[in-house]
Design a protein around this ligand. Structure first.
Ligand code: ADP
Length: 260
């Protein structure tokens, strides 16, 4: 997606690489990736295992640093920040959503959602009030007293999404959020993420293998061997996903493997 001077950019990567050394070999987990994601969009990163998706997410949320290049998120350059600065920045700007929900089993939905607020200077009743608002946003106000074991997988993921939004971050990072869900719950979660971007203006960045995601996102990026696919290579990756869904690829033309 082209960068526009008029639209605030939530995420800008400039020539970002992350290389690792494994013995004498150099592993190029990400190689010279540049992109720009406007604020308030829902994007997905797709690609085979080992293509660099987790590496990219870790760089965007400041868990890891690039070997080279610039990472600018919500107006801040992350690659020059200290660990302490990054931790504070993350608590304020990023909500994380994981494949296996990561809820605490002995806590109620309300208590799980309120957990990130322990880092803020709020009293107990205010934490409870905000947790209840977040549960309402995800449509689970009636389940506030349930523990995770009393909830379906889809409901647990929605509680985890409420926890991710409770401190009102600008950016939601979702790592395979539908990977452990049945088809119906997966669609509800994708729909909810889209709603959060439309109604609350969140920027949502998701890594997924789920081809259904293409119907919900504004932009799908494809990675392969640490490279961001562009042009015809990205089209081919998209066409392969469409075929996986049993749909005619967009434009009505299948791109033959290896062609054109
Ligand atoms: P994906 O999330 O798409 O499966 P990753 O970002 O986890 O891919 O990994 C990309 C490549 O980088 C893989 O070849 C992986 O083995 C390598 N890699 C990731 N983390 C490390 C690490 N800490 N040390 C060495 N190699 C790593």
């Amino acid at each position: 997606m082209a960068s526009s001077p008029d639209v605030p950019q939530s995420i800008v990567l400039r020539h970002v690489s992350r290389h690792y050394h494994r013995g004498a070999d150099e592993v190029r987990a990400l190689d010279d990736v540049s992109l720009s994601i406007p604020a308030g969009t829902f994007v997905s990163f797709m690609g085979p295992s080992g293509s660099g998706k987790s590496t990219l997410l870790n760089l965007i949320c400041g868990i890891d640093r690039p070997t080279a290049g610039e990472v600018i998120v919500a107006g801040r350059r992350l690659d020059g920040m200290t660990e302490d600065q990054l931790a504070r920045w993350r608590a304020r700007h990023v909500g994380l959503i994981f494949q296996f929900f990561n809820l605490i089993p002995v806590l109620s939905a309300r208590e799980n959602v309120a957990l990130p607020l322990l880092l803020c200077d709020l009293d107990r009743s205010e934490r409870r009030r905000r947790a209840e608002i977040a549960l309402r946003v995800v449509g689970l106000e009636g389940r506030a007293d349930h523990t995770p074991a009393m909830l379906s997988g889809g409901e647990q993921q929605r509680v985890a999404i409420a926890r991710a939004i409770v401190s009102d971050p600008d950016l939601l990072i979702a790592d395979e959020p539908t990977g452990d869900l049945d088809a119906r719950s997966a669609e509800q979660v994708l729909d909810l993420l889209r709603t959060l971007r439309i109604e609350l203006g969140k920027t949502v960045v998701m890594v997924t293998h789920d081809p259904r995601a293409l119907r919900f996102v504004d932009q799908a990026y494809h990675l392969d061997k640490g490279l961001l696919l562009e042009g015809v290579d990205a089209e081919r990756a998209r066409a392969a996903l469409d075929l996986g869904l049993g749909r005619e690829p967009r434009g009505g033309q299948a791109l033959a493997p290896g062609g054109p």
